[in-house]
Structure formats: C-alpha cells, structure tokens
Design a protein around this ligand. Structure first.
Ligand code: ADP
Ligand code: MG
Length: 320
C-alpha cells in the first residue's frame, strides 16, 4: 500500500465531523475555527516502539494509547478536546496493522468528539506523534503553578495499575480478571477529561500522572515554589493491585509507577467534600492523599507520621 492509500484509509476510519473544521485532511494545512473567548490548548506526545510500549503491543491499543496520553494532557489543563494531528512513522505500509491502529485511535476520538485534521505519514522505525488541540477560557485553565500552602492534595482513580500491568507482561504469564484489569490500565488508559473540566476554577494546580506520583507532584511543587506531604495509607489502590501485588512492591508502584494518567491536583480543604462528591458523580472518584506545605520537595509519611524513604524518581529519558 502506498502513502496516499494509507492516508485515505486513515481518513476513512477516523471520520468525526465538526463544524469548526473548515478544511480537514487533504490540503497543505487544516483550517480550524477557535471559538471566540477561548484559548487554544495545544499538547504533543510521541510514543516510540519499545520505549513507550512493548514491541508486541496490539495495534488497536497503540492507537488508543497514542491519543489517550495526549488527551490526558488536555484534561490536566481543564481543556475540552477538539482536534488532533497524527504523525505516523511506520516500518512498512501494512494496511491491516494501520487499520487496527486507526480503529483504536478513532474509538477514543469518537468518545470525545475529536476530529483528526491532518498529519504526516513516513517510513522508518515505528513511532507515533500526536498533537491535540482543545479549548479553555484563559482564566479557567489549570496550571502546575498555583498550589498554595495549606491546600489539600488529591488524585483521581487508582495508582500503580499500569506499572503493575507492565511488570506482569515482563513476568511469566498473564491470566485472570485482575491481570486483565491491570493490562487494560496499561494499554488503554482513560483520559480524565470530564474530571479536568470539573476542576476548572476549583483546583489551584493540576498535572496528569504519567511518570509516577512523586515525580509529577514534584513538578507541581517546583512550579508553585511549595512542597508536599503524602500519607502512604491514603494512596488509592485498585482491588486488582491489592489482590496481586504484595504490600511493599505495591507502595513503590503507587508512588513511582508511570503510565496511570490520573489527575493529581491541589485545592482548598474547605471545598474538598463538595469536590470529591462531584468527581465521584462524574464516574471517577478522587482521593485526598496529602497536603501542600512550605518546605520544598515531596515527602511521604507512614501511618505513624514517620518519613518513608523516597522511592526512585519517575521515568526520565536520557538519564544514565
Ligand atoms: P504535504 O506534502 O503537503 O505535507 P502530505 O502528502 O504529507 O502533504 O499529506 C496529505 C494530506 O494528508 C495532508 O492534509 C496531511 O495533513 C494529511 N495526512 C498525512 N498523513 C496523515 C496522517 N497520518 N493522519 C492524518 N492526516 C494525514
Ligand atoms: Mg507531509
């Protein structure tokens, strides 16, 4: 299959019509109308085979995940998704592989009414770069920099599942309901878009947890010139993680495991109950896990208040 046949295949399998797309795939650039009064929130993420997903990951899952990780960044800004571009580098023009990949991408695009408006298709080692565009009124955008001393710290969903799923893949074999749950969390993360919208004008700071809780909360602290304390016993765990992973390993997955794509945010303690109720009603409950303090850095406390040794930091490319 040649380049243009591949592009036709991609366009046909990911058709989402939006009134604000005045010109989509097919010309030298897309023409898009940003609603009056809104900022355009733009984010890019690349997934490289063997680095961001195991080489034998199903193409549907790769397509899903390549959009999900990008939507997660929009969620963390409190933005509503609208458009995406897709730069696809493929080792060969495999129509079946590409169709399954686009089906995974399109399943999530339809769920969020997101239009694929352009991209690029090239030959080389498998790599996927997605750029997403969303809308947010400037004054409502969630940033990393607004955390205040005295804020409560929260996280949506559960932590450590995706990292446990990856460990399962690297282990002896996978069978059973709990294992399936962890693998689904690794391969088909759910971007917390609705929850990000609920946090607008309520959270003081927000980030999506892609590299591990301690590392990503550390980014909020750095940007806000504050510190944070996390209570180990409050960290949310899925029944699957509780059932399959012994306590010590579980805690390190919850603190430092990547790829969960939950939202970590800070907000005034006075609105905690109302916020938690609204989030639970949205279909993804959140948990209060700690507090913002003046002393820089992220510290983890055991149930008796003693400090727990910090886990290894989150994933970083190029680190020795
Ligand atoms: P150009 O040579 O002008 O860069 P291309 O031949 O690369 O154009 O692409 C033709 C059209 O197809 C453009 O509108 C481009 O945005 C779109 N396109 C190419 N690859 C993809 C892709 N992987 N996903 C979505 N749209 C794509
Ligand atoms: Mg091109």
């Amino acid at each position: 299959m040649a380049e243009f046949a591949l592009i036709d295949l991609i366009r046909a399998r990911c058709a989402v019509a939006r009134e604000d797309v005045r010109l989509g795939i097919g010309d030298d650039a897309a023409l898009l109308a940003v609603p009056a009064g809104q900022m355009l929130a733009v984010s890019t993420d690349t997934l490289v085979s063997g680095v961001h997903f195991p080489k034998d990951t199903a193409p549907f899952d790769i397509g899903w995940k390549s959009l999900a990780v990008n939507l997660s960044d929009l969620a963390a800004m409190g933005a509503t998704p609208a458009w995406a571009t897709l730069a696809l580098t493929l080792p060969d023009a495999d129509a079946a592989w590409t169709a399954a990949f686009v089906d995974g991408f399109a399943a999530l695009a339809r769920e969020f009414d997101l239009a694929l408006v352009g991209g690029d298709t090239t030959q080389g080692p498998l790599s996927i770069t997605v750029t997403v565009h969303g809308f947010v009124p400037e004054s409502l955008a969630l940033r990393r920099s607004g955390a205040k001393v005295g804020d409560a710290v929260f996280v949506t969903g559960t932590l450590g599942d995706a990292a446990a799923g990856l460990a399962l893949l690297q282990g002896p074999g996978v069978a059973g309901k709990a294992q399936e749950h962890l693998l689904a969390r690794l391969n088909r993360p759910t971007p917390r878009v609705a929850q990000g919208l609920l946090l607008r004008a309520r959270a003081h700071a927000c980030i999506d947890v892609s590299d591990g809780l301690v590392a990503d909360l550390g980014h909020i602290c750095h940007a806000s010139a504050v510190g944070a304390e996390i209570d180990l016993t409050l960290l949310p765990a899925s029944p699957a993680l509780l059932g399959l992973v012994a306590a010590e390993a579980r805690v390190s997955l919850q603190l430092a495991g990547g790829d969960d794509y939950e939202l970590c945010f800070s907000a005034a303690p006075a609105i905690a109950i109302e916020l938690l109720n609204d989030l639970a009603r949205s279909g993804c409950a959140a948990t209060r896990i700690g507090r913002i303090v003046a002393e820089p850095g992220v510290r983890v406390r055991a149930v008796d208040g003693s400090l727990v040794a910090s886990p290894r930091p989150g994933w970083e490319h190029f680190s020795p």
